[in-house]
Design a binder for this molecule. Sequence first.
Ligand SMILES: [Zn+2]
Length: 74
Amino acid sequence: MTTHFAPFTDLEDVEQAPCGTWLGETSELSGDWSKVNCMLCQKHKAKIIAAAAAEERFIVEQMGDMAAFMRAEA
Ligand SMILES: [Zn+2]
């Protein structure tokens, strides 16, 4: 059993781990690095965390834009 890192474990349609591995029945996902035993995920840990943080920033920015837009409309 290989556990890959995934920041969003609640998504059911995740087919590929952040390290690029296609998920199968022997693959698990965890947001807890201490449970991640995939060598690729561990190797690219810094990059995967940076990518997840960038995505989070992007979502927050989008939400900020939307709030600004709604304020402008009101
Ligand atoms: Zn992995």
